[in-house]
Design a protein around this ligand. Sequence first.
Ligand SMILES: Nc1ncnc2c1ncn2[C@@H]1O[C@H](COP(=O)(O)OP(=O)(O)OP(=O)(O)O)[C@@H](O)[C@H]1O
Length: 384
Amino acid sequence: MSLRKLRRLGLEPELVDRLERHKKLSSCQDILVKVHLELQHLTNLNHSDVQKIVTATSRACAPTPTTALQMKQAGLSSGSAPFFSTSLPGLDQALHGGIPAGSVTEIAGPAGCGKTQFCIMLSVLATLPCEMGGLGGAVVYIDTESAFSAERLVEVAQDRCPHHFSNDDAFYKLTSQVYVHKTPTCSDLWNRLQSLEEELIEKRVRLVVLDSVASVVRKEFDNSLRGNLAQRVKLLAKEAALLKYLAESLNIPIIVTNQITTRFKASWEGPHVLSGDIDAGNGAGASAAVDGGYVTAALGNTWSHSVNTRLIVQYLDDKYREVMVAKSPIAPFSSFVYTIQSSGIVLQDDERIWKSSERVATDPGLIPIKVRTMLGQGGGLVVP
Ligand SMILES: Nc1ncnc2c1ncn2[C@@H]1O[C@H](COP(=O)(O)OP(=O)(O)OP(=O)(O)O)[C@@H](O)[C@H]1O
């Protein structure tokens, strides 16, 4: 990964300091775009020392293949849990333990359906000690919509874990462990992501939330202009690659929220027809079908394939909503009914878990959606 910091390659700290401070060389990419002579000139090192730096940076960018056995052993020896419990038993069970560490999980859904509530609840849980199912660490919450509320964080903590959050010290610890970055524009977000690695290591961050990835790009890139679309896809691909790298290298879960988009069609042509990077493009593990079309995560095909796990939330009626495991490398499709309460997301009783293949749901402010689902190609849902 070319954005990997030189600081993390095991090079001499003084050399790394010097390169960063005086020469503005901080990542593998900064080294690899330069020729040997240029590097010799910049570093005042001889040819063989420069060769060592180039070899170290090249190795970091082109890791050798690992066997499944090595991966499994590394997971066991890392000491950190492979899954982060959502505290929602049915969902955790479906996901083999919760949100997977070391990868990117997306929560996509319509406005007001509870994506931010989910993220706030997960932020509270991440700060809990490991014995309580938490991650025992800090949270970086990147807020592009100014939707984060410290009051709501405290309310969820108080109502979800009243025994743990029973005194001012516990609330102080919670609130001082959640680092909120407001990034209202695409460039703010990209700059923040680029400088995230050191912050995550320094502050012992165990969960990163990006709420939301869609709002800034959708605001700034007018999709009807062809050039804009290409630029947007490029930016999203860079963001996804960096998020995946951070999740993988630090073995932490990363949660991003996304909006949804509705694609209407005169007649069903099959999921393979709707491809490309338009907003309503067919995504990997696409989503709920509606009459003459379907709703799917926004941001197009490239982004859709970039996330490892996708949860889609949607309205069932004014009170009940549904969370679906729409894409996962390890879990089958499943869905659960939930409500939003003062303690955050609460799953409803098992008998309320949606089992029927046909129902009518209402998406407030939009259209009545007649949802008829069955498992389709690539784990997506298609109209039969
Ligand atoms: N304390 C609370 N008790 C119960 N419900 C709440 C509470 N706080 C917020 N809600 C509900 O949460 C919903 C808003 O959820 P949220 O802000 O997570 O939406 P969202 O999916 O992030 O929307 P957007 O995409 O617009 O940001 C509203 O229906 C609101 O009534």
